[in-house]
Design a protein around this ligand. Sequence first.
Ligand code: PMP
Length: 405
Amino acid sequence: MPISQLARSIAESPTLSLNEQARILREKGEAVIHLGAGEPKNKAPINAILSSAAKLNTGDIKYTPTDGIPSLKKAIIRYTEENYDRIVAPENVMVSGGAKQALFNLLFTLINPQDEVIVIAPYWVSYPEMIKMVYGVPVIVTPEDGSFYPRMKEIEQAVSSYTKAIIVNSPNNPSGVMYPESFIAEIVEFCEKRGIYLIMDDIYHKLVFDGKTHVPAYRFTKKDTESTKVITINGISKLYGMTGFRIGWVIASKELVLIMTNVQAQTTSCTSLILQAAAEGALTGIQSVVDSLRLTLENNRNVMMQELKAFNGIKVTKPDGTYYCLPDFRAYNQNSVELSKFLLKKALVVTVPGKEFGMEGHLRLSYATTVKDVKQGIERIKWALDPTSPNEIYIGERKFVRDWL
Ligand code: PMP
């Protein structure tokens, strides 16, 4: 077998493969509704476009410093001060090709073979795979009470002498819930005391609804950036709907950033100057684009909750933020992979199986789409699953008749 054992053990990204399946179906002219997407429909902010276009126009596009151009780092430092109330130095910031690469570099830098990293279910699909890629061991903590909120006691029970880090993603992909301030305070205190790195994946931190605000982990530590165990990951993908620009960053101690810079230098050299310019434009430009994205998402979330309420067997926790919710579909099917395939085949709706996020029996539904798609998507799912719904439906131009319930 020419493929390495490690590479063979890595699962394909279910979300990216679903995007591909949906694209193929759409190309065939099928009226697919995509409730699987991890990106909104908005156009990139004008300041991002102008800034990158200006750079491109110079024609002088060369390698940049591995850890990012100084002006982008300056914008990230200001962002950190404004949103995290923390003043960091340029040597605490490392720019990568999306939060994804930032996280991978960080794990590569921290983890020795067999080190354990605690991941809270439901979790973003890439965490366990990335941990495995650096020969670490993902240790999954699933809230015992069936909620999406972990208890500190459960996390403490999972900690061993091999625990090197804990990853926290709040607001959370896929559940949309934001962990309570008291939990963040407890976990920061625990990690500082035990010397365990606390990786805060804050990629959705400004996309929070109902007037709530995200509380940064830094608030609960007195330690400075060089000695705290808190590390923050962030990026422009979700904040500005700039997923294709591939810029993310990490805020960590100078010591860690230095090593991460070596790792990045030997792998990708740096991210593209044009994309860094776009990120700088977005961060220094008009910020009302974030508010308008948040308001659109909040409205879509409300519509989705309304539509799901009309669904008898489904239990759903109202999301506090993000693009997603994670309803419990076990009343219809315990097997989320099977259910997701069924819904794509019969109702042409893309959903992501909860199994991929460590929550079998659930489906992740994204409302980062149009209100029309949210409404029609849920209507189609209801038609496919709920015998009390009318057994005929129009999908695109065609009338579909349900003959399986
Ligand atoms: N963390 C979480 C929780 C995410 O949902 C995503 C994107 N789906 C990322 C990180 C990666 O974001 P980026 O596009 O910046 O790589």
